[in-house]
Write a protein that binds this ligand. Structure first.
Ligand code: B12
Ligand code: SF4
Ligand code: SF4
Length: 316
C-alpha cells in the first residue's frame, strides 16, 4: 500500500481516538531548532530546570531514541472548558481537570496499536512532556500549528489551549507541510506578560515566568520579589499570554470530560492550602497536575499570596 494511504489511515485513527489534530514530520535532525534550543540553554533561560540542559543529542535527533525512526507523529488534544479564571488563587487552565500525563498516554498507546495494524512490524515510542523531545519544534514541522510569539503552539481552528503528544516511529509516513505563522504584526502577548518573560518573540526566559516559579520550583526555593510583585493572584501557572491572544477567540470546548474543573473549581484558597494536611493533599490532588510542586510547593505559593494580600492591605 502507498504511504499516503498509510498516513490517511493513521489520521483517521487519531481522530477516532479523540485527538483534535494530527500531523506527520520526517524524522530528520532538527538542526535549526536545535541551535535555538542550545542558545536558550546557554543564555540560562531554563533557570533551575537542569533536565532541560541534558540529553541534547536526543532533542536534536530522534533516532537516538528510536533507531531507524522514519516519522514523528504529533497530536493535539484540546483542554479548553468554558469557565473563567476568577481573580484570586488562580490556577492555569491546563491544570483545572485531570493530569494530561494520565489522560494522553493511553490515547497515544491506542494510536500506536492502530499504527501496528496499518504498518505491521513498526516500532514506536510516545511522549507527552515525558522526555527529551522538542515537542513544539516537532509540532511546527508536522504542521500541527505555528509557534506563537508567546512561545506556545497555536492553531487557527482551536487557538492554543491544547496539549501536545508525540510518537516517534519507524513507520514511513507521508510528511505534512509546516504551518505558516499567523501572528503577523500582533504583539499582545509580549505587551501583556506581567514579568517581561518573553524576551524576544517566541523566546521565554523561564527565570522570569510565573508559570516556572509557581509550578517547577520546590518548597525551599524562594520566589524572587520582581515575580511576587506581579503575581496578580496566580497560584499555579499563568495564562496571561494565552488569554490575550486573539486566536484564542476561536477556542472550542473540549470533548474530554476529565478536563472539566475538578469540583467545579478554577481557583485555590491560599488560607485553606497553608493548613492542608498531607493525607488530604494526597487524596484531593490524586491525578491532578497540581500535585507537581508537592504539598510544600503549593503551601509556599499560598504563603506568598497571603503575604502579598497583607502588604496590599497595609498600603491601601
Ligand atoms: C520546559 C517547559 C516549560 C518551561 C519553559 C517554557 C518554554 N517556552 O519553553 C515553563 C515552566 C516556563 C513552561 C511553561 C508553560 N508550559 Co510548558 N513545557 C516545557 C517543556 C517540558 C519543554 C519545552 C522546551 O523544550 N523548551 C525549550 C525551548 C528552547 O523550547 P521552545 O520554546 O520550543 O524554543 C523555541 C523558541 O525559543 C524558538 N526560537 C528561538 N529563537 C527564535 C526566533 C524566532 C524568530 C522564532 C520563530 C523562534 C525562535 O526556537 C526554539 C526551538 O524550536 C514542554 C514539553 C516538551 N517536552 O516539549 C512543555 C510545553 C511546552 N508546555 C506546555 C504548556 C501548556 C505550558 C504553559 C501554558 C502552562 C501554564 N499555563 O502555566 C506555560 C506557557 C509558558 C510560555 N509562554 O511558554 C505545553 C504547550 C502546548 C502548546 N499548545 O504549545 C507543552 C508542549 C507540554 C505538552 N506536552 O502539552 N513550560
Ligand atoms: S506564562 Fe505568564 S509569566 Fe510566563 S510568559 Fe506567559 S504571561 Fe509571561
Ligand atoms: S498574542 Fe498575538 S503575537 Fe502573541 S501569540 Fe497571539 S497572535 Fe501571536
Amino acid at each position: 500500500m502507498h504511504r499516503a494511504e498509510h498516513s490517511r489511515q493513521l489520521k483517521e485513527a487519531a481522530r477516532r481516538i479523540g485527538f483534535d489534530a494530527v500531523g506527520v514530520a520526517a524524522a530528520v535532525p532538527l538542526d535549526e531548532e536545535f541551535d535555538r534550543y542550545q542558545q536558550w540553554v546557554d543564555a540560562g533561560y531554563h533557570a533551575g530546570m537542569g533536565y532541560m540542559a541534558r540529553n541534547a543529542d536526543a532533542r536534536r535527533d530522534v533516532t537516538c531514541i528510536v533507531p531507524e525512526a522514519r516519522s514523528v507523529i504529533v497530536v493535539a488534544k484540546n483542554y479548553y472548558t468554558p469557565h473563567s479564571h476568577g481573580s484570586q488563587g488562580k490556577i492555569a487552565r491546563y491544570a483545572w481537570g485531570d493530569d494530561y500525563h494520565d489522560v494522553l498516554p493511553p490515547m497515544l498507546d491506542a494510536l500506536i496499536a492502530e499504527l501496528g495494524q496499518i504498518i505491521p512490524g513498526s516500532t514506536s515510542r510516545r511522549y507527552t512532556d515525558t522526555g527529551p523531545v522538542l515537542e513544539k519544534a516537532w509540532a511546527v514541522r508536522a504542521g500541527v500549528g505555528w509557534q506563537g510569539k508567546n512561545g506556545n503552539i497555536i492553531r487557527r481552528d482551536i487557538g492554543s489551549w491544547f496539549f501536545l503528544g508525540v510518537i516517534i516511529t519507524t513507520a514511513d509516513l507521508d510528511p505534512d507541510e509546516p504551518m505558516p505563522d499567523y501572528c503577523g504584526s500582533c504583539t499582545a502577548c509580549l505587551d501583556a506578560c506581567p514579568t517581561q518573560a518573553i524576551v524576544q518573540p517566541s523566546v521565554v526566559d523561564a527565570g522570569r515566568c510565573i508559570s516556572y516559579w509557581t509550578i517547577e520550583t520546590k518548597a525551599d526555593v524562594e520566589i524572587p520579589l520582581p515575580i511576587v510583585e506581579h503575581l496578580d493572584g496566580w497560584f499555579f501557572g499563568c495564562d496571561v499570554c494565552q488569554d490575550v491572544c486573539p486566536w484564542n477567540r476561536f477556542q472550542r470546548p473540549t470533548d474530554e470530560p476529565r478536563f472539566q474543573p475538578r469540583l467545579g473549581q478554577t481557583t485555590l484558597d491560599p488560607a485553606e492550602i497553608v493548613t492542608l494536611q498531607p493525607e488530604t493533599f494526597v487524596e484531593r490532588f490524586r491525578r491532578s497536575p497540581l500535585k507537581r510542586p508537592k504539598l510544600g510547593g503549593l503551601q509556599r505559593n499560598a504563603r506568598v499570596l497571603l503575604d502579598t494580600n497583607e502588604t496590599d492591605k497595609e498600603t491601601t
